[in-house]
Design a protein around this ligand. Sequence first.
Ligand SMILES: Cc1cc2nc3c(=O)[nH]c(=O)nc-3n(C[C@H](O)[C@H](O)[C@H](O)COP(=O)(O)OP(=O)(O)OC[C@H]3O[C@@H](n4cnc5c(N)ncnc54)[C@H](O)[C@@H]3O)c2cc1C
Length: 510
Amino acid sequence: MTGAPTGPRRRGSSASPDPPGPPVSRFGSERPLPPGLLGRLDAICAAVSEGDAPAGRDWWPLSVWWAAAGQVPAVPAVVARPGSVGEVSAVLAACHGDGVPVTPAAGRSGVCGGAVPVFGGVALDLTGLAGVRDVHETDLLVDVGAGTWGDDLESTIRSGADLTVGHWPQSMAISTVGGWVACRGAGQYSTRYGKIEDLVAGLEVVLADGRVVRTGGRAPRSATGPDLTQLFVGAEGTLGVVTEVRLRARPAPGGEQRGAWAWPDFDAGLDACRRVLRRGATPAVLRLYDPEETPRHFPGVQGAVLVVVDEADPSLVTATMAVVEQECRAAEPLGEAPASAWSAQRNEVPSLASLAEAGIVADTVEVAAAWSALPAIHDTARAAVRAIEGTIAVSAHQSHAYPDGACLYFTFAGRPAAAAGGPAAGPDALRAAEGYYREAWDAITAATLALGGTISHHHGVGINRGRFLPDALGSGFELLVALKAALDPAGILNPGKLGLPSTFGPPPWP
Ligand SMILES: Cc1cc2nc3c(=O)[nH]c(=O)nc-3n(C[C@H](O)[C@H](O)[C@H](O)COP(=O)(O)OP(=O)(O)OC[C@H]3O[C@@H](n4cnc5c(N)ncnc54)[C@H](O)[C@@H]3O)c2cc1C
């Protein structure tokens, strides 16, 4: 039994990106298990197997280059797939006692290396904790196992109670509820429904030593000290393992409307979005593409295109779309077609492997900032990436919007000369690809931090952004280090992530 890790491939697809034979570790930072632990894990967890290549990676785009060169980032000694909170607790207690690293993992759709078992040890596959446990229809609350796939959650509560959580990440079918919480994720409809931190009402969490704690409750608000639920939202498995989640739900929407508009330049469109939010209208999707990105999504259309989709009670949708139309009156109306085209393609998963084979290094970088800072971040970050040798394209869209600011979602692609032969060209090509990748990330992150933005809106930190976290959090980073030491004194939970110091060794990247 190997659990059900999926990335980087479609859920349900049998096509593995891995070459045959034993996996080769890119980092080489894994440690052997202490004698006797494997036998004890076998006795306390129903499904335990030897570590394999799929359990050594997620959808971190750089690892697609490594996969094409026959490498995985790191290989766990063991994959444990618990079927209950009791089994999670027993596995953690055993590993805590022996000082063995445990890396929680679920859909493995994370894009920053968060589920990579950097120092080996146990990969804890949480997809066995699946299923909707309870639906409190009157209170609009849903209790769900952390390993439940996104599309399974929605289809269960829609068919059973005509409810929706409204959290629709592009990775809906390849990610889990626990992964959404751990990464502080965002659905594409977050302007109406909120990000996952707005949707979580409570958690069941297993701490590093095996203790089980519950946070939150059935009451809508509480003034009983700090919000302990939020301590684990975005912790990426470094402070505890989430086993069950209580989510806020809404009645399934009765109405939907769509529209699209175009401006000659991006900043005018951004300002229209700002005015829409400022008036209290919260259309589910308010997505603005810059003029470089527009033709890739809407062939034949020029300028900055705004796609709007709203869903809710029909009278709310009508009022919301009226505000949008008023604030877009200076723009060219494009009708419903662009929004419908976006809707039809919104869950498509890109093939990064074919880009790597062509020698192209590509990734997306989502940041967030106040409205007043967004135009400068858009300009400065793109100029910095364009200045890197080998850059083919860099563009952005505004993907999630709020009254005080929005998320800018950059895409970069480059083909540095030394990497042009792709991963098959050997170690020099791989090094050149890694170098370009690091430079592009440094450029966008530095521009964002210099202009007062936050370095991630919803993908999280994992390995890839670890080097930026002390700067991003400032004095708050010390608090995070202290929290980690208090909750996980042996440092076993997901070591090598969030830029946190680890007793197992230095960060493996860059
Ligand atoms: C094509 C594509 C599109 C995407 N679109 C979006 C999007 O629209 N919005 C968005 O927010 N993200 C998106 N992502 C990123 C990814 O899907 C999210 O980060 C998702 O939340 C990860 O969930 P997962 O179950 O796959 O977690 P994994 O990748 O398995 O793990 C991610 C991190 O969470 C930790 N973790 C997982 N489960 C638990 C748990 N139960 N308890 C504690 N820690 C845990 C892991 O240790 C790791 O650090 C996309 C990814 C891809 C590949």
